[in-house]
Write a protein that binds this ligand. Structure first.
Ligand code: NAP
Length: 497
């Protein structure tokens, strides 16, 4: 495809970072059919680029290439793999501006957020380049004098990596860096709406010295994704599926992976509560709620979807939150000072509209926002609403938009019960200064991650993941490496002659 001066490829310092092909066995390639699908900028609906529409056949080629390359890759020392991941890390840092621009054009998020995400993505290449050297086993005292027991950890094999559009770079490094560190090859299937952040990262991994066949990338249109997904989940040479996305797709992938008993990591949907107790520092709580709620226009799995506020401080909190929300700048992510970008698709806008109108019809009061913004069709105004109750969709479903629903409560028992009244269990937050309450509530909330007086808690050094229908497994931290390793127990007999 040719690009004129205004197009993405031409705007990059390094034009070769804009790749519109798949990557199989060390080569950039088109689909066998020659078919492509279009990728649009959600801010102005202009065409960003085209990607090959692959099928089962290219997927099998990528899996076979990965499986073949694995033989050599697993024999390389952890230290040597570490050096390659470190090179990748450095190249990501060297190309922050280009990577951020690609992300803003395909995802819509403000450039400052895109740069923030590239830095977040680089935390995982940094961390796992170090962890590559630390796949420790154990020595276990035997119950028999004549025996010695050890465990070793070994790479699981080819990993299918399926990622979402809301963090198009960080979700790739959070999975691929530990897979490489462990000694696994990967076949990546990025979101159809944001493939170019993924191809740029693969280009950099290739330049960093990742051997041919170890990183492969398959793209496919949303309408044909099932065919590629089925192959990744049922092919016997794929030993692990690592997925980040919605609970419903995750559920289907688990079911398909059962046919070949694959190990799975599932980072799924969330429905985070954020609780403000009456003893909280109100300004800190508003600051935490703003940072938590509006990042990526609320399209974040760990974003608060229900904000519970104690009745004594409810009105004051609502007023402050509404004022700050109305001051946010909604605009094309490329414009200076942009804070709220577009939602990813019209379907996402319709879901937000549906949740807001359902709540309004059932008695919720909109105190700011509540409508499409003048910035464009896919921009939704930061919205705060009060009088939210548990008969509204928003109380149970993930909204994935810039909407803050406030719910009044009067006791700790009541709010814990409401906060846990969901099938999800990813992240929960609360604001309080009472140390006894802090421990009690942190232990009582049924979530995989808890922020106490903090609205943003993701870090590469702590295990990220959910319970209940929010997922299986953890990413980041030492636990993130274990997801790509198998434990082998070795027993030595006949030690004492
Ligand atoms: P999604 O619709 O589940 O899609 C996620 C990925 O799965 C995309 O690459 C998608 O491809 C692919 N996919 C869809 N159907 C498939 C199939 N049948 N076989 C194989 N792959 C398939 O989710 P999303 O809308 O992109 O992302 C938003 C969701 O992700 C939210 O629920 C959010 O909470 C969750 N999320 C969770 C975390 C976490 O760490 N827990 C982090 C970020 C996001 P297409 O793009 O082609 O549809």
């Amino acid at each position: 495809m040719d690009f004129d001066e205004t197009d993405l490829g031409m705007q990059l310092k390094d034009k070769n970072l804009f790749r519109q092909q798949c990557f199989i066995d060390g080569k950039w390639t088109d689909s066998l059919s020659g078919e492509t699908f279009d990728v649009y900028n959600p801010s102005d609906l202009s065409l960003v680029g085209r990607m090959p529409n692959c099928s089962k056949i290219e997927t099998i080629k990528a899996i076979d290439a990965a499986n073949k390359a694995w033989d050599e890759w697993k024999k390389i020392s952890g230290k040597d793999r570490s050096l390659i991941i470190r090179n990748w890390h450095q190249l990501i840092l060297d190309n922050v501006d280009d990577l951020a621009l690609i992300m803003t054009l395909e995802n819509g998020k403000p450039i400052s957020d895109s740069k923030g995400e590239i830095m977040y993505a680089s935390w995982f290449t940094d961390w796992f380049s170090e962890e590559a050297k630390r796949a420790y086993g154990k020595t276990i005292p035997s119950t028999l004098a004549d025996r010695r027991i050890i465990t070793i950890k070994q790479p699981i094999g080819v990993c299918g990596i399926i990622t979402p559009w809301n963090f198009p770079s960080a979700m790739i490094t959070r999975k691929v860096a530990p897979a490489l560190a462990a000694g696994c090859p990967v076949v990546i299937k990025p979101a159809g709406t944001t493939p170019f952040s993924a191809t740029a990262l693969v280009e950099l991994a290739n330049r960093a010295g990742v051997p041919k066949g170890i990183i492969n990338l398959i793209s496919v249109s949303e309408k044909d994704v099932g065919e590629v997904g089925d192959e990744l989940c049922t092919n016997k040479n794929v030993r692990k599926i690592s997925f980040t996305g919605s609970t419903n797709v995750g559920r289907a992938l688990i079911a398909k992976s059962a046919s070949t008993i694959k190990k799975v990591s599932m980072e799924l949907g969330g429905h985070a509560p954020l609780i403000v107790f009456e003893d909280a520092d109100l300004d800190e709580a508003v600051k935490g709620a703003m940072a938590n709620k509006y990042r990526n226009s609320g399209q974040v799995c760990v974003s608060a979807n229900r904000i519970f506020v104690h009745e004594k401080i409810h009105d004051k909190f609502a007023e402050k939150l509404a004022k700050k929300s109305s001051e946010l700048k909604v605009s094309d992510g490329r414009k200076d000072g942009a804070q709220i970008g577009p939602l990813i698709t019209m379907a996402a806008v319709e879901k937000v509209q549906n949740h807001v109108s359902d709540a309004k019809n059932k008695g919720a009061k909109i105190i700011t926002g509540g409508d499409i913004d003048n910035a464009g069709k896919q921009f939704y105004k930061p919205t705060v609403m009060t009088n939210v109750t548990n008969d509204m969709k928003i109380f149970y479903e993930e909204t994935f938009g810039p909407v803050a629903p406030l719910i009044k409560f009067s006791s700790d028992e009541e709010v814990i019960k409401m906060a846990n009244d969901t099938n999800y269990g990813l992240a929960g937050y609360f604001f309080s200064k009472d140390i006894g309450r802090i421990w009690r509530v942190a232990e009582a909330l049924e979530y995989g991650m808890i922020g106490v007086n903090a609205g943003v808690i993701s870090t590469e050094v702590a295990p990220f993941g959910g319970i209940k229908e929010s997922g299986i497994g953890r990413e980041g931290a030492a636990e993130g490496l274990d997801e790509y390793l198998e434990i082998k127990y070795i027993c030595f007999d006949g030690i004492s002659n």
